[in-house]
Design a protein around this ligand. Structure first.
Ligand code: AGP
Length: 611
């Protein structure tokens, strides 16, 4: 959950490249930041508590000149946010940055202390720096010292190391759920946790695999396995558009990404919906009709917002393809010893493709024989690379920590898979798929129409920004939408919000309802709409305030709600996409009114790469 960046080249611009890269990775964590630069045979390290701004101001008066360097922005795991726990960690001539967790650091720390080493931080990372320096003192070269050290680490790591006595190189090592990419430039080389950091400098990248150790020099990148054997890794072309990765004139990334949903949906549908033929093309993913016929079940695994998309996906799979579908928190899936095998399709859903819980759960499913088909937004990410197949959402980079366009993109991608499976199992005929495709093609314009309520929703959100608790209720597909709306509000405004099945209200939550607990109710057209109206009446009968999400043209809803956020009507499951839009905007506006850091909310990170 931290961001790592490194640069080596002919020009003495390491500090500029690193700070720019850290700015682009700050969504991965921002408890502290630091940089280490080799200038000739002098290694200098500067670290500051808090956001990158503090490091930038510390360097303004005393810039670090040099052509080799590494930088880090931290999300604290071991050791509270502080300057002494910030990376890079320096030991002797060595400086190191790390994203991940050293699970056996306590035993390594004890060993180092009994050898007379003095640990100066509370972090797990520091032990790695000490082990490398001890190996260097015994005569090992930098890459040998790293190889020796990582062979003793249990856990996940993406590390980058420089040494003032070998100042013409950077060594990078990767294992477990911590991503690392290296990239060749013209007489320079780059390393980073994620693509945005290197996007302005190169269109090529090499995603490192578990166990890889890379040696970066200005003119070359060499990659070795744990035994020290040179390996070849394919150089991939980065397809991201740099302009899109910027804010594009919006106040915040989250606002930009809410507005990008029509395009994200349209790009995710892309050329996959073959209206004429009444078929779906999943980018050529081969699904044998007999195997699909004999499928015993679909397991969807994800965390957070992606899991809410899975809940909608499971409903779609069962309706369209009549296949039993289950949804698990990835963090729970592996530990519940699931009944899964070669007659199951396991679908990990992940925007980043690096969520460790989902990476590990997908591996567990694969080990048990499941066919894995990832829904992912990040090209060549760990989940994308390790699954048998991947259907990418084409939402473009999602920088705001709160996921918005990728949620709706994931629903669309899951719908496409369900339509394909329905055709293969014969539960959907061409006509039904053709109809679904027509609805899908209309969806971007309907979302655009829903976004036009931005100002109307702002008026409503002003009336509710002072409340401290909210209840989000829905039935059927409205239930995962309610949970997603609650998650958006709580994660960016720090207001307590719970998503509940509306039918569950009378079994407990109704005790919470009074004039201090506004209820957001998903009341768009659905088979359970009448029951949702009854829930609205029950809430109001107890003094509750109801804000309803309802279809345009619904004239009765105002008798059941204090405020109404209207959306264009659409058939299920696409109505779930539309009902989500006002909830995203409501959360964004309340958080903005509260002055929280909407793109980088406290305690969070965009990609949770620790279990
Ligand atoms: C959603 O707004 C949160 N940022 C979080 O729940 C996120 O959806 C979750 O961590 C999963 O991330 P992923 O899609 O990258 O796997």
């Amino acid at each position: 959950m931290c961001g790592i960046v490194g640069y080596i080249g002919r020009k003495e611009r390491a500090q500029d490249v690193i700070l720019d890269g850290l700015r682009r990775l700050e969504y991965r964590g921002y408890d502290s930041a630091g940089i280490a630069i080799n200038h000739g045979d002098e290694l200098r390290v500067v670290r500051t508590l808090g956001k990158l701004l503090n490091l930038e101001s510390a360097l303004r008066d005393v810039p670090l000149v040099g052509a080799v360097g590494i930088g880090h922005t931290r999300w604290a795991t071991h050791g509270r946010p502080s300057e002494r726990n910030a990376h890079p960690h320096r030991v002797g001539t060595v400086a190191l940055i790390h994203n991940g967790i050293v699970e056996n650091y306590l035993s390594l720390a004890k060993e180092l202390q009994s050898a007379g080493c003095e640990l100066t931080s509370d972090t797990d990372t520091e032990v790695i720096a000490h082990l490398i320096y001890e190996a260097r003192k015994s005569g090992a070269g930098l890459i040998e010292a790293v190889r020796e050290t990582v062979s003793r680490i249990e856990g996940s790591y993406a590390i980058a190391v420089i040494d003032e006595r070998e100042s013409d190189r950077i060594v990078v090592a990767k294992n477990g759920g911590s991503p690392a990419i290296v990239a060749p430039g013209d007489g320079e080389a780059f390393l980073a946790s994620d693509i945005p950091a290197i996007l302005p400098y190169t269109r090529q990248m090499i995603p490192l695999e578990d166990g890889d150790i890379a040696l970066l020099r200005a003119e070359s990148i060499e990659i070795f396995d744990a035994a020290g054997t040179r390996i070849e890794r394919e150089i991939r072309r980065i397809q991201w558009d740099p302009v899109r990765a910027e804010k594009g004139g919006y106040d915040r990334f989250m606002q930009k990404e809410i507005y990008e949903q029509p395009r994200a949906i349209s790009d995710t549908i892309g050329a996959r919906a073959l209206e004429e033929q009444g078929e779906i093309d999943l980018d050529g993913i081969e699904l044998d009709p007999k195997w699909v016929e004999e499928l015993r079940g679909i397991h969807l695994i994800a965390m957070g917002t992606a899991r809410h998309a899975c809940l909608i996906g499971a409903d779609i799979f069962e309706r369209a393809a009549r296949i039993p579908a289950t949804v698990d928190f990835s963090a729970e899936y592996r530990y519940r010893d699931p009944v899964v095998g070669d007659r199951h399709l396991l679908i990990p859903v992940s925007q980043s493709g690096e969520t460790t819980d989902t990476v590990v759960a997908a591996r567990a499913g694969r080990e048990r024989g499941a066919r894995t088909l990832a829904v992912c937004n990040t090209q060549d990410s760990t989940i994308a690379r390790e699954c048998d197949d991947v259907l990418y959402t084409h939402c473009g980079p999602e920088i705001g920590v709160a996921s918005t366009k990728c949620f709706t993109g994931q629903i669309v991608a899951l719908y496409l898979i369900a339509l394909r499976l329905g055709r293969l199992r014969g539960t959907l005929d061409r006509g039904a798929v053709r109809e679904a495709i027509v609805d899908l093609r209309r969806l971007p314009r309907l979302v655009e129409r829903a976004l036009q309520s931005w100002n109307a929703i702002e008026q409503v959100s002003r009336r509710y920004a002072h409340f401290s608790n909210f209840l989000f209720l829905g039935r059927g597909l409205g239930y995962p939408v309610a949970m997603e709306g609650a998650l958006k509000l709580k994660e960016i405004s720090y207001i307590h919000a719970e998503g509940y099945a509306a039918g569950e209200m009378k079994h407990g939550p109704i005790a919470l309802i009074d004039e201090q607990m506004p209820v957001l109710l998903v009341a768009t057209g659905s088979p359970t709409y009448e029951k949702v109206l009854a829930n609205a009446a029950e809430a109001r009968a107890r003094g509750g305030i109801v804000i309803a999400i309802a279809d345009e043209g619904n004239t009765e809803i105002r008798d059941y709600a204090d405020d109404v956020l209207f959306v264009p009507p659409a058939p299920e499951p696409l109505s779930a996409v539309l009902a989500t839009i006002p909830l995203q905007i409501f959360a964004y506006q309340i958080a903005t009114l509260k002055g929280t850091d909407v793109d980088q909310p406290r305690n969070l990170a965009k990609s949770v790469t620790v279990e």
